[in-house]
Structures are given as C-alpha cells and as structure tokens.
Design a protein around this ligand. Structure first.
Ligand SMILES: [Zn+2]
Length: 124
C-alpha cells in the first residue's frame, strides 16, 4: 500500500513510545481548530491511512477505536503531518458529525466565556 497522499513518512518511519503509541493532535483542516488529542499505534495509523478516517488506540479499553463507529461522528482525514522528530502527529480532519466530545460538543477543548491565561477549562 502507498501512503500517498498522506505525506512522506510511512508508519514504520515514525517514533512510537515505549507503549507503541504516538500522540495525534486532531485539527479541523478548514478552521484550524484543535479539537482533540488521541493516541495511535502503528496498526491504528495504518487503518487511518487506509480508511481515510481516524482510528485511534484506546488506552482505557486497550483496543482499536474507529472514532464515530458507534456515534456516527467520524473524522474524515485530510492529511497527516509528522513533526521534525517524527514522534507527534497532527491529523487534519473534517468533522463528519457533530464533533469529537462525548458530551456532544464539537471540541474536547471547551472555551470559557471569560478566558484567562491562568485558568484551565475542561470539558466535563
Ligand atoms: Zn470531551
């Protein structure tokens, strides 16, 4: 299989951590929003590239996780970028459904109404 048009690295070129994982920052291609951080192993990355939809490794369930398979909220992959030391991915996607969060929100990263640089806002 060819990895075109997904960039110059094949999954086996990448640097996975000692659990076999690589962090994948999920960014909406059309808006630039960072909506999620997931983890991929080599198998999930290969499936992502083959499907054109994001497939993660679920660290809590310890299984492949095709995002949207149960909710319909698939992430359609536009391109996959590796950083300069090949240990982090930016996966540019378009949202096929509502978003990425289990709350139904578009993003896992909630924006506060009163943003301040010394406060953390979370999606619970
Ligand atoms: Zn969330």
């Amino acid at each position: 299989m060819t990895d075109e048009p997904f960039g110059r690295y094949t999954p086996s070129d990448l640097s996975f951590d000692d659990r076999g994982l690589i962090p994948a920052i999920i960014q909406v291609a059309s808006t630039g929003e960072v909506v999620m951080l997931g983890y991929m192993n080599e198998e999930s990355l290969r499936r992502t590239l083959a499907l054109g939809q994001a497939v993660f490794w679920s660290r809590s369930r310890e299984e492949l996780w095709h995002k949207g398979a149960t909710s319909g909220d698939y992430l359609d992959v536009v391109e996959v970028l590796a950083d300069c030391d090949q240990d982090t991915l930016v996966v540019k996607v378009e949202l096929a459904g509502r978003g990425v969060c289990h709350t139904g929100a578009r993003s896992d990263f909630l924006e506060a109404d009163d943003a301040t640089p010394r406060r953390v806002v979370a999606c619970r």
